[in-house]
Design a protein around this ligand. Sequence first.
Ligand SMILES: C[S@@+](CC[C@H](N)C(=O)[O-])C[C@H]1O[C@@H](n2cnc3c(N)ncnc32)[C@H](O)[C@@H]1O
Length: 303
Amino acid sequence: MPALPLPSCLTVPTPLPFLPGQTFDLTCSHVVEGDCREVLRALPDGCVDLIFADPPYFLQLQKELRRPDRSLVDAVDDDWDQFRDFTEYDTFLRDWLTQCRRVLKDTGTLWVIGTYHNIHRVGATLQDLGFWLLNSVIWEKNNPTPQFRGVRFCNAHEELLWVARSKECARGYTFNYHELKAVNGGKQMRSVWRFPICSGDARKKGGDGKKLHNTEKPLPLLERVLSACTRPGDVVLDPFAGTGTTGEAAFRLGRRFFLIERDPTYIEYGVAPRLIRAELELAAEEKREGEASRVATQLSLPL
Ligand SMILES: C[S@@+](CC[C@H](N)C(=O)[O-])C[C@H]1O[C@@H](n2cnc3c(N)ncnc32)[C@H](O)[C@@H]1O
């Protein structure tokens, strides 16, 4: 990871830790290290066009999981996914979702992704807070992790809830119906989407060369959400940025982004390098190879 701050010829933002009392200029993009419940309170009312949230699932794994050959499955047992009980989890949901609703424009929409462990609690909380459900979308994984013990169905999907700020706001939001139909062979885009989970080279690596994050989402999934529900120049917020997938999708599609992530390691090895690489790739595509390779050499990044 390059030493910060980034070279001035790059337009992607330098990630910075949140400082109490800080304000933000939303005419440009930001990567903020901090707790989203605190950082969101620093944003004004009605300033964001789209929110994509991939919150902790509260998986409550009871014991280690092994494959038939006894090898250990790298499960989501991270500290960030631990809550005492449902009461604590529900309070957490209510806290950040209340702030999301406040910062969302009346014309904006919010997406939350989750699994059967949490998505029903998310849905109930959204409705309790006054959000209005527009769709639920199923992300079907064409390469899911098998159900190793053979005691349940193989869990091959996650669910996304798409909501407007309120019933009254459920008109006038962005939905690029015709563009979606065009990329879907002339047929209406449906609510079941098929994408592979992130694997191999697509997966961000940590300083030890191993998988950086247990729940990195695939870029095409975020590109679908953002291209469906935003316009160029819109502000896209992700309160649980992880490796920064939402930021990369926003950057590649010409949207502004505001990413919040609590863990500096994910920012250092995930968000920052992926944004720099995206900018260098775009520069190379736009025939600014000289600039791209100069910066890549400076940052020791392969292009
Ligand atoms: C499910 S992961 C998001 C993965 C992300 N969508 C990606 O593609 O890489 C949730 C992330 O939220 C972060 N997180 C958990 N609680 C947080 C909080 N209160 N504020 C900010 N980030 C938080 C975790 O560190 C974790 O990286």
